[in-house]
Design a protein around this ligand. Structure first.
Ligand code: GTP
Ligand code: MG
Ligand code: ZN
Length: 241
């Protein structure tokens, strides 16, 4: 995606059993790491009261736009601010959340959509390629295949943006190397006790940071091994027989 054009990243999720805060947080970290504005779109608002899902999504990031709608109805005007000329929209989310349905409603296109499984509301990976579609307001939309698993690597910046409030608080902890668990003078634990911060967010911050560090170290190690092999091969080629 061209960096020059303002882009937004609606991360559709459903107002049903498939709604998952931890998964949404991963999309948000990825978007922030890429310098893209995330917008959470809660589809299937016709199937359940969207209010608790909207509140849960808003709790993931202060001030983030969260839109609940019925992607099938064609009434997607609430997304107009992100679909204007010069803007690019990428739909990202699990299979079956309604990305292609939303893409069709926004663009007037006819991308294939697929039914979800009845027992757990999961999709069947209907879309298998990426599609670029022009939007009537002048922007562009990219529909993508459903994400199966999202492993985070090299996104430390994105984690810092999503958890900026906790990082700010941590600056007031008594100890520089505070782990925000049982240390005296921990500003993060104080905020949790005062009800200003959800303990779940601290847990997510820890989990995502640790996963990111492990994955990034594994990536560096793999690159170093690959570079070592390459150097040995080219040295062998240069060696006179
Ligand atoms: N009731 C209702 N059904 C919806 C809504 N959005 C999508 N659906 C239905 O959900 C199913 C999956 O929709 P798709 O648009 O194919 O989902 P997708 O995210 O593109 O799925 P993949 O291509 O597999 O990644 C289809 O049966 C849609 O008709 C909605 O807002 N309300
Ligand atoms: Mg699709
Ligand atoms: Zn602390």
């Amino acid at each position: 995606m061209a960096r020059a054009s303002p882009a937004c990243w609606p991360a559709p999720a459903c107002c049903n059993a498939d709604f998952n805060e931890a998964r949404l947080e991963r999309y948000l970290v990825l978007a922030h790491a890429a310098g893209i504005t995330p917008v959470v779109v809660l589809t299937k608002a016709d199937q359940a009261d969207p209010a608790p899902y909207v509140a849960a999504a808003q709790g993931l990031s202060q001030g983030m736009a969260v839109v609940a709608l019925n992607a099938k109805s064609g009434d997607v005007a609430a997304l107009a601010p992100w679909c204007r000329a010069g803007q690019t929209v990428v739909l990202l989310g699990s299979s079956g959340v309604g990305k292609s349905t939303l893409a069709n409603s926004l663009s007037g296109g006819t991308l294939a959509t697929g039914a979800v499984r009845e027992d757990d509301a999961k999709g069947r990976h209907t879309t298998t390629a990426r599609y670029l579609l022009p939007l009537p307001q002048g922007g562009w939309l990219i529909d993508t295949p459903g994400v199966r698993e999202l492993q985070l690597t090299d996104v430390a910046d994105g984690i810092d943006v999503l958890f900026a409030d906790l990082i700010d608080l941590a600056a007031d902890c008594r100890f520089r190397d505070c782990k925000h668990s049982v240390e005296p003078g921990c500003a993060v634990q104080a905020a949790i006790k005062a009800g200003r911060v959800d303990a779940r967010r601290l847990d997510s911050w820890r989990k995502l940071t640790s996963e990111e560090v492990t994955n990034s170290q594994a990536m560096v190690a793999a690159k170093t091994r690959a570079a070592g092999k390459f150097t040995k091969k080219s040295a062998a080629k240069r060696r006179p027989n």
